[in-house]
Design a binder for this molecule. Structure first.
Ligand code: ZN
Length: 262
């Protein structure tokens, strides 16, 4: 089954520090098994939700902020079976590579794609996507045979992003803020809605929530996007899995979500 699972849906400094939402990024079970933006707790949440980090084929990092790369070296240790085999691939934006030790880089293939570049992981095509005004980061687009998944990473709004998101069955947008708060270097639900409407995925997911959107209610914000765009839109929750085939959302059984905190 091709699926994606949220090992964390928190974003921004305070949510990371108080773990009101977890911060483990995403786990992709596609043609390749991928840890995407492994922030603090990615290893713990992967194990909690029944994922086996030793099966990883690749670790993807969008940029060098702690909530995106903190557990990358840990995931590389798991992927290389405890640094005993040279195995798998680290895909990271160029500026982010300095944050990974030479020791860890030495045990895996390393790719540092530029926005627009195409490459393959286990025979699945992947494209690095541009971001706007956010730490020279890159998003990623995964061309799975079950459907295309586009992940914005952290980015400001630009209509120039739209062509890169088109054709995605699932569009995941890191939407730190509610519509009431505008900021150049991040999406809010208003600008996320513009991207959803223009790109037209089958399913949009907002993710990577800061305190203000958690207080505003991510489900309500997602509903506003859905009403404005006509595109089914969900607010991600910790441990949520999406089946790529039928786009059904379910909650991984193991463990307990940090949702209980509010
Ligand atoms: Zn972030």
């Amino acid at each position: 089954m091709a699926s994606l699972t949220f090992l964390g849906t928190g974003g921004g400094r305070f949510v990371i520090l108080n773990q009101r939402r977890y911060s483990g990024g995403l786990w992709l079970d596609l043609e390749a098994t991928i840890s995407l933006d492994p922030g603090p707790g990615a290893l713990i949440r992967a194990l909690q939700y029944g994922k086996n980090p030793q099966k990883l084929d690749a670790v993807f990092v969008s940029h060098n902020h702690l909530d995106h790369y903190n557990d990358a070296e840990l995931m590389i240790e798991a992927m290389t079976r405890g640094m005993r085999q040279k195995r798998g691939t680290l895909v990271i934006n160029k500026a982010g590579l300095d944050y990974i030790s030479e020791y860890h880089r030495g045990f895996t293939e390393v790719l540092t794609p530029e926005p627009g570049d195409l490459f393959e992981i286990n025979g699945m095509q992947v494209q690095a996507l541009p971001t706007k005004d956010h730490a020279d980061g890159v998003g990623y687009k995964f061309f799975s045979s079950e459907g295309v998944v586009a992940y914005s990473a952290d980015t400001g709004y630009s209509e120039n992003l739209v062509p890169y998101y088109k054709g995605a069955k699932i569009l995941i947008l890191n939407t730190i803020f509610p519509a009431s708060k505008e900021i150049d270097v991040h999406l809010n639900t208003r600008t996320a809605g513009l991207l959803v409407k223009a790109a037209g995925p089958d399913l949009a997911l907002i993710n990577h929530f800061g305190m203000t959107i958690l207080n505003a209610g991510p489900e309500k914000e997602a509903k506003n996007i859905e009403d404005a765009t006509g595109v089914r839109t969900l607010a991600a929750i910790d441990g949520m899995s999406i089946d790529l085939k039928d786009l059904k959302a379910s909650k991984e059984k193991a463990g307990q979500s940090s949702l209980s905190g509010f």
